[in-house]
Design a protein around this ligand. Structure first.
Ligand SMILES: Cc1cc2nc3c(=O)[nH]c(=O)nc-3n(C[C@H](O)[C@H](O)[C@H](O)COP(=O)(O)O)c2cc1C
Length: 208
């Protein structure tokens, strides 16, 4: 997918793993993508709890610039209110090509599975499914209940990709950033972007 002029929706909800969201955002911006960002109330809390006050939603752009050296000339993002069901993302006529919910709480997963559309994250996800566009759901919970497992099946049956927050260890990660890079790379691939966020599998574990 060519990155220029594209708009991709990223939703951050209140599941653990805020770093997966910030790494994904930085990688999309580095590619010149326009990101339409929606953050739930608990997503806002998780950003601050896990990454600190400098990663609060209102300071996210400078945070990404400093943390990941995203140049000011890179892509842009629009922050939408999760309460605004009249936002562009709420309509299938808006040309947003893909959406990732990263990380995705079990609550939002349940809402998407059942088409509730009570807030903009849920509605935008519903739009992606009805328009047959890419919807990538990055759930995080452990262990999982039967209803949670069933909700993932429902979303997958409706056309979403379930991409659990499960970084691999065969790449011999040395840092938390290596784990976040792996997940962000998987998400970018699922959204249709090329990247070099983790080394390609060569058929054997490379010793460091
Ligand atoms: C620190 C913290 C960590 C949480 N981690 C998870 C999690 O990993 N997975 C999950 O499904 N919910 C988790 N929750 C609970 C959700 O945030 C809660 O269910 C919330 O209502 C989700 O709402 P949202 O989907 O609108 O963001 C966590 C809450 C807090 C405060």
């Amino acid at each position: 997918m060519a990155a220029e002029q594209q708009s991709v929706a990223i939703a951050i909800t209140g599941a653990s793993g805020a770093v997966y969201a910030t790494r994904t955002l930085a990688a999309l911006l580095e590619r010149g993508v326009h990101v339409e960002l929606i953050v739930s109330d608990y997503g806002r809390r998780l950003l601050r709890d896990e990454l600190g006050e400098t990663a609060a939603v209102e300071r996210l752009r400078p945070y990404l610039a400093e943390r990941y050296a995203v140049p000011a000339s890179a892509g842009t993002f629009t922050l939408h209110s999760n309460r605004d069901l009249g936002a562009t993302l709420a309509s299938g006529s808006h040309g947003c090509s893909a959406m990732a919910i990263v990380p995705c709480s079990m609550k939002t997963l349940a809402a998407v599975a059942h088409g509730l559309s009570r807030n903009l994250i849920e509605r935008a996800a519903d739009v992606m499914l009805k328009e047959r566009r890419r919807l990538v759901i990055v759930p995080r919970e452990t262990p999982m209940s039967l209803p949670q497992l069933r909700n993932m099946v429902l979303c997958a049956e409706a056309g979403a990709m379930i991409l659990p927050a499960m970084p691999a260890f065969y790449q011999q990660p040395q840092t938390l950033d290596d784990l976040a890079d792996f997940m962000a790379g998987k998400i970018l691939s699922a959204l249709g972007f090329e990247h070099k966020l983790y080394p390609e599998w060569t058929g054997k574990v490379e010793s460091r």
